[in-house]
Write a protein that binds this ligand. Structure first.
Ligand code: 0L1
Ligand code: MG
Length: 262
């Protein structure tokens, strides 16, 4: 670790305040170019503790930058992980208040809910499928606290991988019965198709994203507990939205999920 614990705490408070006040900030590595990967996750952990300290419940975990296209665009080799919260949950067909966000973007995702704990190292796609209770269609609304979404990977890890809001659809499915790799997704914004994708966009298969999360946590001596909700990463690119926009995403086998931005 390159940063002192006081600095880590201050940076977490800085990012938490930016989120709460809907105010963008410059990426934190501008002032702390020497921060390392452990510092980045330590800031995310401190951010989580700050939120839990004021009564926020952590409702699940997320993986980000899971598409090879996005990793290439960011010049990185590995996805990132973060957490999602009770205040981030928006009902399917509901409204998302843009006045509480800075510059939201929407990604279509596939969510997993586990029925058995998963631990790494060595966790593989078969372990994940055997430990999955059900999958759900989901939307993630990302909202980087960094100005114009300009960040590097360490800054974005500290900022909880841009996590902001999410929507879960109500049609759950046993993953063994469906071909998640080839599952097609169509996103419409205001009735016009703006993005399409297939489950394979997520590390080749969305269950691979869960396996990677288990292995990342395993490296820290942690596991994914039974009953965990996991957003596995964008099947589509992230689409910018603003007040007045409606998003509807259709998922092969899994129904649809919609949301209005007000
Ligand atoms: O969920 C995601 O894939 C986002 C990861 C962070 C990068 C971004 O904000 O685009
Ligand atoms: Mg995402």
């Amino acid at each position: 670790m390159a940063l002192h614990t006081t600095t880590i705490q201050k940076l977490a408070e800085h990012l938490d305040a930016a989120e709460n006040e809907c105010r963008d900030v410059v990426k934190i590595t501008d002032e702390h170019p020497d921060m390392d990967w452990d510092d980045a996750y330590a800031i995310q952990d401190a951010l989580r503790a700050i939120k839990e300290g004021r009564g926020v419940r952590i409702t699940g975990l997320k993986m980000g930058l899971t598409s090879h296209a996005k990793m290439k665009q960011m010049g990185v080799k590995d996805p990132v992980r973060g957490f999602i919260t009770d205040y981030g949950m928006v009902a399917d067909g509901g409204e998302c208040d843009t006045s509480t966000l800075i510059h939201p973007k929407v990604e279509a995702e596939i969510a997993f809910v586990t029925k058995k704990a998963l631990s790494g190292p060595g966790c593989h796609i078969g372990d994940v499928l055997a430990a999955t209770d059900f999958v759900l269609p989901a939307l993630e609304i990302i909202d980087s606290r960094y100005r114009d979404f300009k960040f590097d990977l360490k800054s974005v890890i500290a900022d909880n991988t841009s996590a902001a809001r999410y929507v879960l659809g109500g049609r759950s499915c046993n993953p063994v019965g469906i071909d998640l790799k080839n599952l097609g997704v169509v996103m419409e914004k205001n009735g016009v198709v703006v993005a399409t994708g297939a489950g394979s966009a997520v590390l080749g298969h969305p269950a691979q994203s869960v396996a990677m999360l288990a292995n990342m946590l395993g490296a820290r001596g942690e596991e994914i507990p039974a009953g965990t909700l996991i957003l596995t990463g964008g099947v589509t690119e992230a689409v910018a939205v603003e007040k007045g926009d409606s998003i509807n995403v259709r998922y092969q086998h899994l129904g649809s999920v919609s949301l209005r931005f007000v």
